[in-house]
Design a protein around this ligand. Structure first.
Ligand code: FAD
Length: 307
């Protein structure tokens, strides 16, 4: 019951100010967002890759309100890519981007987001890696998929995310699987109405398995974005049945969540990519992590009153 309330708060400016100003917030935030600057995040990148893990890097931020902020988001990714270059990690360190941070919701936002994300995709390709377009709320997805298709004309490895909770996703998955795309499948982290999305966990999980089968049997590269142990073993079984080798799909999990499982899957020979977020505008990302697991909220509130 708490999840939807927290997700509603994740869009409230008043809550943003309250939570961001709380003195103890940072300790709890650090579990999920282990740095604010490129300098702080580079040692984390080295530690994770040193442990045999791969990464997808997210500079946190979303729902910006001016074109200048969108340009600043682009520049933050370009700076990160520049700093990654000497590490020569290639595709072991990819980028994940939210188009709302690149201006998608502003007037003329579709074109603006495309213009801002293109140089990031090109710079990533130059250092041998790629970008995945995160999925945000359902109203943004037609634009996201159109931008994805446009970017793939020049950089076919550009990936995108689909959300199992949306009714539309089975059809999106068929299209993306047929055209050989890299696709991350997640359950979905936004508050969506019953007209467009399954609301019950068991319905979402069943949809996840159906969609994953489509991706595994298709021509593309499936990226299983989940911490759910049941779905992870089903994914292994589906990959096996589809005759996929270990390098023909990958697992992805979020930094700070089930870290032992990251290492276990990597040790079994799986490609395991850790979604690692950093930056100062962490509020929306952080609140979605609280919404996914109410125990996180209890821990957060306790740390506020015991300090
Ligand atoms: P759940 O059933 O929610 O969780 C399974 C188990 O994992 C839980 O029992 C718990 O032990 C653990 N767990 C899960 N979440 C947490 C948490 N926050 N804190 C502590 N433990 C937790 N969503 C989008 O809408 N768009 C995206 O672009 C997107 N990108 C993602 C990228 C990656 C790599 C991952 C892993 C998730 C992404 N998500 C995205 C979030 C996703 O939609 C889910 O909200 C999130 O992954 C939780 O679902 P789950 O599959 O882990 O299953």
């Amino acid at each position: 019951m708490l999840g939807p309330v927290i997700l509603a708060a994740s869009r409230s400016d008043r809550m943003r100010r309250l939570v961001s100003a709380a003195p103890v917030t940072k300790q709890v935030v650090d579990r999920f967002i282990p740095g604010e600057t490129v300098d702080e995040i580079l040692p984390i990148i080295e530690e994770l890759t040193g442990n045999g893990l791969e990464l997808t890097m997210d500079v946190v931020g979303e729902d910006i309100t001016t074109p200048e902020q969108a340009a600043a988001a682009r520049d933050a990714y370009l700076k990160l890519i520049d700093r990654l270059k000497p590490l020569e990690l290639g595709a072991r360190a990819e980028m994940s981007v939210k188009l709302s941070m690149f201006g998608q919701a502003l007037p003329g936002g579709h074109e603006l987001a495309l213009a801002n994300v293109r140089p990031v995709v090109e710079a990533a390709a130059e250092i041998g890696t790629t970008v995945t377009l995160d999925a945000e709320d359902h109203t943004t997805l037609d634009s996201m998929f159109a931008i994805h298709e446009e970017l793939r004309k020049d950089v076919p490895r550009t990936g995108c995310v689909i959300q199992a909770y949306l009714f539309r996703t089975e059809e999106d998955a068929r299209r993306l699987a047929a055209n050989g795309s890299r696709v991350r499948l997640v359950k979905g982290a936004y508050k969506e109405p019953a007209e467009v999305a399954y609301q019950q966990k068991h319905e979402i999980d069943k949809a996840y398995v159906r969609i994953l089968r489509t991706l595994m049997e298709g021509e593309g590269y499936p990226m299983i974005g989940s911490h759910d142990p049941r779905l992870i073993s089903i994914a292994q079984e589906l990959a096996h049945r589809a005759g996929r080798k270990l390098d023909e799909y990958e697992f992805q999990m979020l930094y700070g969540i089930r870290s032992d499982e990251h290492l276990r899957l990597a040790a079994e020979g799986h490609r395991m990519r850790v979604y690692t977020a950093y930056g100062t505008d962490w509020y929306g990302y952080f609140m979605r992590r609280l919404a996914e697991k109410p125990a996180n909220l209890r821990f957060f509130l306790r740390s506020m009153v015991t300090k």
